[in-house]
Design a protein. Structure first.
Length: 94
């Protein structure tokens, strides 16, 4: 067996890890970020909360702010980053 055949699996592994690293490093699209904030809202607000209670807009020093208004009058807001991380959270507020 020649030497290059010994390194073929290693080269394939390096290529796969490089591809996955590029994919994981890319920012999420707006819909995915809003879905993450809506999932947090559903967990925090409890019964009666719906994904359609949330809306997003641009925010300085972050990607966007997602504000969710519950039917009982409470308001939840999430300042979201490029990769879906929450920079600042406030809620519930009357």
């Amino acid at each position: 067996m020649t030497r290059w055949r010994l390194f073929l699996p290693l080269a394939a592994l390096v290529a796969l890890v490089g591809y996955l690293g590029l994919r994981l490093g890319q920012p999420l699209d707006d819909a995915a970020i809003i879905e993450q904030a809506a999932a947090r809202y559903l967990a925090e607000a409890g019964t009666g909360a719906q994904r359609t209670d949330c809306a997003a807009t641009a925010y300085p020093d972050a990607r966007m702010i997602v504000v969710c208004h519950a039917t009982d009058g409470r308001s939840f807001s999430y300042v979201m980053g490029d990769r879906g991380e929450v920079f600042e959270r406030s809620g519930p507020q009357a």
